[in-house]
Design a protein around this ligand. Structure first.
Ligand code: SF4
Length: 322
């Protein structure tokens, strides 16, 4: 087995910013977190683990499957101290997540469970001495093939079919959506991993299953209704297969070569789109440099304004402003 392992999470982080990747994966830095982020993470993990418990249960009826999932949900929810502002907010979230679990496992989830092959597992394959891996929440057998899935509360950050050339648009700076491109990279690894594990079947698929995206209160009652949404990215991946595979191999090589300088990756796009909400600003030398450049520039401009009888000051070239 190849010694070099690169995961879909690492590739996604590296697409976002090589320095962020370094902080997250090579010398982990704990960035400041908000209570909303803690709540969102806990909700996602509770949802995922409860559904997996329901899928695994060896039962005949979908009701029994829902009960098994609820048991796991109650253990996880009650054992945590979440920073909700009010009890009502906590109760509402609890009801919403339970309802979403019930709705999925009572319908398509029950059918999925009857064709379950694995849960909470890793798919991977090897190319050119590198092993590529991604975790998936479940794998199901389907007619003529296999389906690997990840459960998510919503589809934020999952690629949408915006264009026929998502990877090209990303690489030439026309669009900068690294998380979405990361979901294509994950799809590539999951689909190729499925083929590696289960054979060269053309119907190896990977999908995100969103459970809380489309929630609506039912008029005149306390009921909440959800539309479970599937985002099957297999076709999107196959449409740009060569570009996605090349990008995955390129970033894996950069990771293994220790490339963490964001100036060697789409730095204009990173400074324009990622730095302002990056949790690693306080540890980042490039951010610090760009802040100094910004301060110098402001001072420079105000001094220049005060002496308006002087010739206009030379503006630093764009490269110095980063
Ligand atoms: S502040 Fe900007 S350059 Fe630094 S790690 Fe974050 S995104 Fe990358």
């Amino acid at each position: 087995m190849a010694e070099n392992v690169v995961t879909a999470d690492e590739i996604t982080a590296h697409l976002q910013c090589p320095r962020q990747y370094e902080f997250e994966h090579e010398r982990p830095v704990s960035p400041p977190r908000t209570s909303d982020e803690d709540i969102a993470d806990h909700r996602r993990e509770t949802l995922r683990q409860s559904i997996i418990a329901g899928l695994r249960k060896d039962v005949e009826s979908s009701d029994d499957r829902v009960y098994a999932a609820f048991d796991r949900f109650d253990q996880l929810w009650r054992s945590s101290r979440l920073p909700y502002l009010t009890d009502e907010q906590a109760q509402y979230d609890e009801a919403v997540v339970k309802r979403a679990i019930e709705q999925y496992l009572s319908n398509s989830g029950h059918e999925h469970a009857e064709n379950l092959l694995a849960t909470d597992t890793t798919l991977g394959y090897e190319r050119d001495d590198i092993r590529y891996e991604t975790t998936v929440d479940a794998i199901f057998e389907q007619e003529n093939g296999y389906l690997a899935v990840r459960y998510v509360p919503d589809l934020n950050g999952v690629v949408k079919p915006w264009s026929d050339n998502n990877v090209q648009d990303f690489r030439n700076g026309r669009e900068f959506y690294p998380h979405q491109i990361g979901t294509l990279a994950r799809t590539a690894i999951a689909v190729r991993g499925l083929m590696d594990e289960y054979g060269l079947d053309p119907n190896c698929k990977f999908a995100y299953i969103s459970l809380l995206d489309d929630s609506q209160s039912v008029y005149g009652s306390d009921e909440i209704h959800f539309e479970v949404e599937y985002r099957n990215l297999t076709v999107d991946y196959l449409d740009e297969k060569k570009e996605v595979n090349d990008l995955v191999a390129n970033r894996a090589r950069a990771i293994l070569d220790g490339e963490t300088d964001p100036k060697a990756w789409q730095f204009d796009e990173i400074t324009d789109n990622s730095c302002s909400h990056c949790p690693y600003q306080n540890a980042c030398p490039e951010y610090f440099e760009s802040e100094l450049a910004f301060t110098d520039r402001s001072q420079f401009q105000s001094e220049s304004d005060e002496s308006s009888d002087q010739p206009p000051a030379r503006q630093p070239p764009a490269e110095e402003n980063r």
